[in-house]
Design a protein. Structure first.
Ligand code: ACO
Length: 338
């Protein structure tokens, strides 16, 4: 065991300006603000409308904010890991595009494809590179332009998703703060419940794949809902138990923002009151890999070194996980970017 932990030392984010409200969606599909609000907790989401701007555009801006706030140059970054299900293209990895745009001359990078668990899985991978001593500075970015794979004629999914990006910098810490434990799970048996069939090697793009609408996200909502509650709560409870943490020890639960009811049920099972749960689903909807860093960005100013955070996510695959983070910095100590 090593005392060298990977600590989050800065957070950044990017959200497109355009808002797609529930009222806007009422004009597109047979739905209502009341239905969406009561079933999901979402009021509006952000949309990156410009077709020439893709996921890397948002990822670069979130990453640059991290670097500016931490006061370091892109040339100091060793590794860039991007979690996304909406890469700019099948290949090269979006991490390569971000590396070039940032001017991160010595960095290597890769993408993690784990849907809504992507940021957590990327964080786990990144932590190993810091703990082992191989790297000093790793950027972990969760970014998704969900509007490019959402079918705006399907009322069961188009109400859920939004676009956005969040990023964190990981650096070594020997004070006892940082990423202290994590659990990751996948179960591919029921993958058909949440997937996008088109565009891969099984169903490459063709007139038929377009006609069958295979290039859109598909979700069988109710079974996913049940699996999400059991999965997120189960693994979050397990990580707390393994580390002798009670609800009182936890400053904040940081849950993937898929549905307010899923978050509520998860928090209940963990014995954590809602005032200790980070929530911004109302404003951004489900931004897939970006939800967790967007929460950290919104709540960063309330956190002090030593605060215990339990991050938890569930997504396509199925994939899910939980991470115990001991917060390592005071946001006031970073540069202001305003
Ligand atoms: N507006 C109005 N009515 C609707 C809408 C809508 N937007 N969508 C569905 N309905 C209707 C349905 O047609 C159905 O009508 P019926 O009873 O006449 O058949 C009724 O509302 C109930 O539908 P349900 O699917 O049972 O609604 P539910 O309460 O389950 O909510 C939802 C649906 C929001 C999708 C929910 O199931 C959910 O959040 N699922 C999990 C999401 C999740 O966690 N995903 C994982 C992460 S995402 C990722 O990895 C990319």
């Amino acid at each position: 065991m090593t005392d060298r932990k990977a600590a989050i030392t800065a957070v950044g984010h990017y959200l497109p300006e355009e808002r797609l409200t529930n009222r806007d969606l009422e004009k597109l599909v047979d739905t209502s603000d009341e239905w969406i609000t009561s079933r999901t907790g979402i009021k509006e989401r952000r949309i990156l409308r410009d077709p020439d701007k893709a996921t890397s555009y948002m990822a670069v801006r979130a990453a640059q904010m991290v670097l500016d706030r931490r006061g370091i140059g892109a040339d100091e970054v060793d590794l860039i890991i991007i979690a996304t299900v909406t890469p700019d293209m099948m290949f090269p990895a979006t991490a390569c595009l971000v590396q070039a745009e940032l001017g991160a001359g010595k960095a290597w990078g890769f993408d993690v494809l784990a849907a809504c668990s992507g940021f957590l899985f990327a964080l786990s991978a990144a932590a190993r590179f810091i703990e082992s001593g191989k790297h000093e500075k790793v950027l972990v970015i969760g970014a998704d332009k969900m509007s490019t794979i959402v079918d705006y004629t399907d009322r069961t999914t188009c109400i859920l998703f939004g676009d956005g990006a969040g990023a964190v910098l990981l650096e070594a810490n020997t004070d006892g703060n940082g990423i202290l434990d994590s659990m990751e799970r996948v179960d591919g048996n029921d993958w058909k419940g949440l997937c996008m069939l088109g565009g891969g090697s099984l169903h490459p793009a063709s007139p038929t794949s377009v006609e069958k609408r295979l290039h859109y996200l598909y979700q069988d909502g109710q079974p996913v809902f049940k699996r999400a509650v059991v999965g997120m709560a189960g693994v979050a409870e397990a990580i707390m138990k393994r580390n002798n943490l009670t609800g009182d020890d936890v400053r904040y639960l940081v849950p993937h923002q898929a549905n307010l009811r899923i978050i509520d049920a998860t928090a209940r099972r963990m014995g954590i009151p809602m005032e200790k749960v980070m929530l911004n689903i109302e404003r951004y909807g489900n931004t897939t890999a970006a939800t967790l860093p967007l929460c950290l960005a919104d709540w960063e100013h309330e956190l002090v070194p030593g605060d215990n955070l339990i991050l938890a996510a569930f997504g396509g695959g199925f994939s899910w996980g939980s991470t115990w983070v001991k917060w390592a910095y005071d946001a006031a100590s970073l540069n202001s970017t305003h």
